[in-house]
Design a protein. Structure first.
Length: 254
């Protein structure tokens, strides 16, 4: 069974790459190309939900449906690469990720062909240009995801948010959609110190060994779509960051 599951994952990865390469070769318009990249990512993530055996409870689904045709900045906590699978399975999303991730031979190829945007967290000299690029992407009709903790965590709590990229929403004058992701159990057992590192991927953990350990397990997760913040006029990015943090923190620890 484990081998069959592994082969199915490989098949899905191949499906993703072949479809994305076809999009890259045949679609010249950069906006349309990114639209097709993120739609392909969403399609394949719905299949990965089954492959990873993720049972998902969605709270606030009606909010997501009401914002179906609205570009926004989605802000979420971040504990593992499975967060991306969960979010992308619900909506066509463009993810902000790190330049370091983009430089990884395998994961970098996935993020590029998934339509991701890149930020250089270690060298913020280009931050102003990045913010403008991300804002422009939203203004072109995309829904952009920011993991505001700046990195994945061990899931014990919500780490302080990096405030700078909240300027993206202020520049674009778009809604900010706070989203809280929780992992409830693994193989029917509540998440604790004994199994935490099987689901959370953080620090200097290598991707491949973590992925292999997660294969063929049952994951129970919950996502809460919180009320969007739509009135941004006059807000500072620090104020906006604090408001979103408080909402996600309260949901996470409720």
């Amino acid at each position: 069974m484990r081998l069959v599951n592994f082969l199915y994952h490989l098949y899905l990865v191949l499906d993703f790459f072949l479809t994305a390469q076809w999009i890259q070769m045949t679609c010249r318009n950069p906006i349309r190309r990114r639209q097709r990249f993120v739609a392909n990512t969403s399609r394949i993530c719905r299949k990965f939900m089954r492959a990873f055996r993720i049972e998902l409870n969605v709270k606030g689904q009606s909010i997501l449906e009401k914002m179906k045709d609205v570009p926004y900045l989605l802000v979420a906590n971040h504990g593992s690469y499975t967060d991306i699978i969960i979010l992308a399975s619900l909506e066509n999303l463009t993810f902000i990720t790190s330049v370091e991730m983009g430089n990884n031979p395998f994961l970098g190829a996935i993020t590029r062909l998934g339509g991701s945007l890149y930020t250089d967290r270690k060298h913020p000299v280009g931050l102003k240009r990045e913010i403008q690029n991300f804002s422009d992407t939203i203004l072109k009709g995309f829904k952009v995801v920011l993991f505001a903790e700046g990195t994945s965590t061990d899931g014990r709590t919500i780490k302080d948010f990096r405030k700078s990229l909240f300027q993206v929403a202020i520049n674009a004058q778009c809604p900010v959609l706070p989203v809280c992701i929780k992992y409830k159990s693994l193989d029917g057992m509540e998440i604790d110190d004994d199994n935490r590192d099987l689901i959370y991927w953080y620090g200097d953990m290598d991707f491949a060994p973590h992925f292999m350990k997660l294969l063929n397990r049952r994951i129970s997760a919950e996502i809460e779509i919180l009320d969007p913040i739509v009135q941004l006029e006059g807000k500072m990015r620090s104020e906006l960051s604090d408001e979103v943090y408080e909402r996600i923190y309260a949901s996470y620890h409720s």
